[in-house]
Design a protein around this ligand. Structure first.
Ligand SMILES: NC(=O)c1ccc[n+]([C@@H]2O[C@H](COP(=O)([O-])OP(=O)(O)OC[C@H]3O[C@@H](n4cnc5c(N)ncnc54)[C@H](OP(=O)(O)O)[C@@H]3O)[C@@H](O)[C@H]2O)c1
Length: 270
């Protein structure tokens, strides 16, 4: 327990997402944590945390209130049955594994623990994440409150009542940062291709994407209004937007990208 009375947690997998989520808990002084990862990043843990390379090294007396699954989905079939044998009955299982439904997690664990499935994204690393969560059968109000504390430490959190839309959530916000970073990449590449010095093209692309994101976050306006604010009639931006907003250009590409990502997420689930 920490001073706020929250129970300790077990983090299985401290890679990109696991470590990002842990950074949020550490910043908010959330419960002590045992991190399980074979290649533990140095300097991540607080004095009250423990680092172990494998579940086999889990202290027998350790009774976590929640176990966070942040391993790759491909590892689930190997690790979850082992974890299931070690789980205290009251521990909530909080999974961020893309494409692995609650029923499959329960079957692999072979335990009756309550399960919450969540989909975060990488801006969680700086407390700017967007996470969507859905509670499986039997999640108690206290377990849901604990998961809320853990997930909201990395940014904004929305709860769903139904698991079905989570594949679409994955396609929009789970994968979404990659689409935005691609935009920065393409702006930089095209700036260089058309004659800008590489350092300047990089600076322009990065600051345009990050500054626009910050403006969107700070503004009450719809994103469409912020776009219109940059677009004078018959001006320069309007020319570019006529290309990008053509139905066959970005609208069709984004539609195909979201459909493809959601389909892959559903495929992983089977
Ligand atoms: N990255 C994203 O944008 C994102 C967004 C939403 C959800 N997710 C989900 O988050 C999960 C983790 O993704 P990630 O990008 O963070 O992957 P990752 O960086 O590869 O993290 C997985 C971690 O698990 C470790 N691991 C391997 N074997 C283990 C074992 N036996 N016990 C404990 N830990 C072990 C890995 O160590 P090694 O590297 O040494 O193998 C690695 O540090 C995935 O299920 C993914 O679907 C990711």
């Amino acid at each position: 327990m920490n001073e706020a009375g929250l129970p300790a947690v077990l983090l299985l997998g401290a890679g990109r997402m696991g470590a990002a989520m842990f950074a949020g808990w550490a910043a908010q002084d959330l419960p002590p944590c045992v991190l399980v990862d074979p290649a533990l990043p140095p300097g991540v843990a607080r004095p009250q945390d423990s680092l172990i390379p494998d579940l086999a090294a889990l202290p027998a007396a350790f009774e976590p209130g929640a176990v966070i699954l942040a391993i790759k989905p491909q590892m689930a079939a190997d690790l979850l049955p082992r974890l299931g044998r070690l789980l205290p009955p009251g521990a909530a299982v909080l999974s961020i594994l893309a494409g692995v439904p609650i029923a499959r997690l329960a079957a692999l664990l072979g335990a009756s623990n309550a399960i919450v499935r969540a989909m975060p994204n990488t801006p969680a690393a700086i407390g700017q994440g967007m996470t969507v969560a859905v509670a499986g059968p039997g999640v108690s109000p206290a377990q849901r409150a604990l998961c809320t504390r853990l997930l909201a430490a990395s940014g904004e959190l929305a709860w769903l009542d139904d698991e079905a839309p989570i594949e679409l959530v994955t396609a929009v916000s789970g994968c979404g940062p990659a689409y935005v970073f691609l935009l920065a990449e393409l702006l930089e590449q095209e700036g260089v291709a058309q004659g800008l010095p590489p350092d300047l093209a990089r600076q322009l692309a990065r600051k345009t994407v990050s500054g626009s994101g910050a403006l969107l976050a700070a503004s009450q306006d719809e994103s469409a209004q912020l776009r219109r604010n940059v677009t004078s009639p018959n001006g320069v931006t309007e020319q570019a937007l006529a290309v990008l907003m053509d139905e066959a250009a970005w609208p069709a590409s984004i539609r195909r990208a979201i459909v493809a990502a959601a389909a892959r997420s559903r495929e992983l689930a089977t």
